[in-house]
Write a new protein. Sequence first.
Length: 98
Amino acid sequence: MKVVYKPFGIILGILAGLVSKKLFEVVWGLFDKEEPPKPTTLEASWPKILGAAAVQGVTFKVTRAAVDRVGAKGFDHLFGVWPGDRRQEESQAAEAIR
């Protein structure tokens, strides 16, 4: 069933990217009236560049997770099959510490 879900996942990924871009623009507008700086902008400060990257990363990752979750729940509701893993995998990093 994961193969059947693939096209849905691709479409949801594109949708998440579009929504994330718009959401990032709105969120960044709360912090600064200027466009977010690129890392190669000479006159931009380190904190501003790293802050923009952090806000963008969080915005994109959270939006993608929300869209993926809604898509999986919708697929399960329509077809009665959960498209992902049933259980959360154990952390390999946690195992390395133990």
